[in-house]
Design a protein around this ligand. Structure first.
Ligand SMILES: CC(C)(COP(=O)(O)OP(=O)(O)OC[C@H]1O[C@@H](n2cnc3c(N)ncnc32)[C@H](O)[C@@H]1OP(=O)(O)O)[C@@H](O)C(=O)NCCC(=O)NCCS
Length: 179
C-alpha cells in the first residue's frame, strides 16, 4: 500500500466498557451522554489511526436511542473510518450491549461522526486516502459521499444545488423545472 493510502482495517478500534452506577440515569440505565462520550472517543481513535495526527470532532450525525442499556451491562463499541476526504474523515461506530450472566448480546446503536485532522495550531491538514476492501466497506465508502453532502447542507456549508449525490433525494431538477 502506498504511503498516502490506507486500508480500513488499519484504523479499526474495539473498545469495551462496563455500565457502572455513575454512568446511569435514575432508571438505572446508561445515560445517553455517557454513550456519546464513549462513541466520540472510539471514533476519534480510529480517525487518529488513519491520519496519524490530532483530530477534532467536526460533526455527529443523528443518533436514536432505541433500547436502554442496563446497569452492569457490558458495552462494546467498534469504529472504522469509512472514507477520507481532503482533511476530514467519516467514522462509522457500532455499539453492542451485552448482559453476560443472561448470555444476551445485541446491536444497540449505530452512528457516523466526522473528524478533521489538524496541526498543533488547530489548522486542518490533509489525510491519507482510504481504500475500501469488500462489499460492506465499499457500501459504506459509497454512501459516505451522500452523507457528507447532507451534513454539509445542514451545517450551511454547501448549496443544495451542488449536492450531486442528493439530487434525486431533493428532486432539485424537478424543482428548477417547475419554477
Ligand atoms: C472542524 C474545523 C477544524 C473545520 O475548520 P474550518 O476552518 O471550517 O476548515 P475548512 O472549511 O477547511 O473545513 C475542513 C474540513 O472540515 C469539514 N467540515 C467542516 N464543518 C463540518 C461539519 N459541520 N460537518 C462535517 N464536516 C465538516 C469540511 O468539509 C472540510 O473537510 P474536507 O477538507 O475533507 O473537505 C473547525 O470548525 C473546528 O476546529 N471546530 C471545532 C472542533 C472541536 O473543537 N470539536 C469538539 C467540540 S467540543
Amino acid at each position: 500500500m502506498e504511503m498516502n493510502k490506507k486500508l480500513v482495517k488499519e484504523s479499526e478500534v474495539i473498545m469495551t466498557e462496563m455500565v457502572l452506577p455513575n454512568d446511569t440515569n435514575t432508571l438505572n440505565n446508561l445515560m445517553g451522554g455517557k454513550l456519546m462520550h464513549w462513541m466520540d472517543v472510539v471514533a476519534a481513535i480510529a480517525a487518529q489511526r488513519h491520519s496519524n495526527s490530532i483530530v477534532v470532532t467536526a460533526s455527529v450525525d443523528n443518533i436514536s436511542f432505541k433500547n436502554p442499556i442496563a446497569l452492569g451491562n457490558v458495552v462494546t463499541l467498534r469504529s472504522q473510518v469509512t472514507r477520507a476526504f481532503s482533511t476530514s474523515m467519516e467514522v462509522y461506530i457500532e455499539v453492542f450491549a451485552e448482559d453476560i450472566p443472561a448470555n444476551k448480546k445485541y446491536a444497540s446503536h449505530k452512528a457516523f461522526f466526522t473528524f478533521v485532522a489538524v496541526d498543533q495550531q488547530g489548522m486542518p491538514i490533509k489525510v491519507p486516502e482510504l481504500v475500501p476492501n469488500g462489499k460492506k466497506e465499499e457500501e459504506l465508502y459509497a454512501g459516505a459521499l451522500r452523507r457528507r453532502q447532507l451534513r454539509l447542507i445542514l451545517a450551511n456549508r454547501m448549496d443544495p444545488q451542488d449536492a450531486t449525490e442528493l439530487k434525486s433525494l431533493f428532486d432539485l431538477d424537478g424543482v428548477s423545472k417547475k419554477q
